[in-house]
Design a protein around this ligand. Structure first.
Ligand code: GLU
Length: 296
């Protein structure tokens, strides 16, 4: 509700954690920013569990996420959404992009890509080295034959896709208007070898399906939005407004991460800490010792 008590059905934000580890303070901050963004505008706040990676997602992490959010005092609207229940819609979108001739099978292994790196420096994108395009140049017949017998992922031909859509823009409430440059990420994988769908495709489809008006998430996903904008244009999906927020950093200025076991919320919760007070601290800019907020 707004201060005047009105529900604004047009504002919908979400928190979309991947249940492959325990949430840490950075997630508490991200969930709070998205939650408060929606509530301050009288909008709705959804919780979507991004559990497409069945190899790394665990039910116990889902349980911990729900308990952590309740402990923080963050209430979501409606049922929890699970991406694992939507696999058919991702497959259908991938088929549509294939039929448009915009995906190609990629047979490169991690070691093939490492070898390319060792043979000479490759262009770096915001998320690491850009795919060198090896399989983009395979003759379609050969690619088709190989695809029927060899494990492969499916990559988006970004140059070809951008030629279809022409120049694209999107709006970030914090950073301003942006001209998309998806080529900076290169030909990203949309269907991995060992997973039903990749993050970029699933998140773009679901933000549309869930009626998300404002995608509120961390600055670490800022560059990815250029790819999401491209997919929206290709698949006739609406473009939400974005709000990429700063990230919590550790004492070395690095991003907090699940793998580094950065102060997990469930450890604090089980130790009897007060989640609501912790969140109020983050809200008012009082971070635990050693934790700061990125500037960019
Ligand atoms: N599932 C993603 C993650 O946990 C976040 C997706 C998003 O907010 O767009 O990093």
């Amino acid at each position: 509700m707004t201060s005047s008590g009105q529900l604004n059905r047009h504002i919908v934000a979400r928190f979309a954690p991947s249940p492959n580890g325990l949430l840490h303070l950075g997630h508490a901050y991200a969930a709070m920013v998205a939650h408060d963004f929606a509530r301050e505008r009288g909008g709705r706040f959804l919780l979507r569990i991004e559990d497409i990676d069945s190899g790394r997602s665990r039910p116990e992490f889902v349980t911990a996420i729900l308990e952590d959010l309740r402990w923080l005092g963050l209430v979501w609207d409606g049922d929890v959404i699970f991406q694992s229940g939507r696999l058919a819609s991702y497959a259908a979108a991938a088929e549509r992009l294939k039929a448009m001739g915009l995906l190609y099978p990629c047979f490169c292994t991690r070691s093939d890509l490492r070898q390319v790196q060792e043979d000479g420096p490759q262009p770096e994108g915001p998320d690491g080295p850009i795919y060198p395009g090896t399989c983009r140049h395979l003759a379609p017949e050969l690619a088709g034959q190989r695809a029927s017998v060899e494990p492969h992922s499916w990559r988006l031909d970004v140059a070809k896709a951008s030629a279809v859509t022409g120049p694209l823009r999107w709006m970030d409430e914090r950073h301003g208007e942006r001209l998309s440059r998806p080529e900076r990420l290169g030909d990203v994988i949309l269907v991995p070898k060992d997973m039903p769908v990749a993050y970029h495709l699933a998140v773009t489809l679901d933000d549309a399906r869930d009626g998300i008006s404002h995608v509120v998430r961390g600055d670490d996903l800022f560059a990815s939005t250029d790819i999401h904008r491209l997919l929206q244009a290709l698949l006739d999906l609406p473009t939400p407004i974005y709000f990429h927020h700063p990230l919590l950093l550790d004492e070395n200025g690095g991003k907090l991460s699940k793998s580094r076991d950065s102060a997990s919320l469930s450890v604090l919760r089980k130790a009897g800490d007060d989640g609501y007070r912790l969140l109020q601290g983050l809200r008012s800019g009082h971070f635990p010792v050693g934790i700061s907020l990125s500037q960019a």
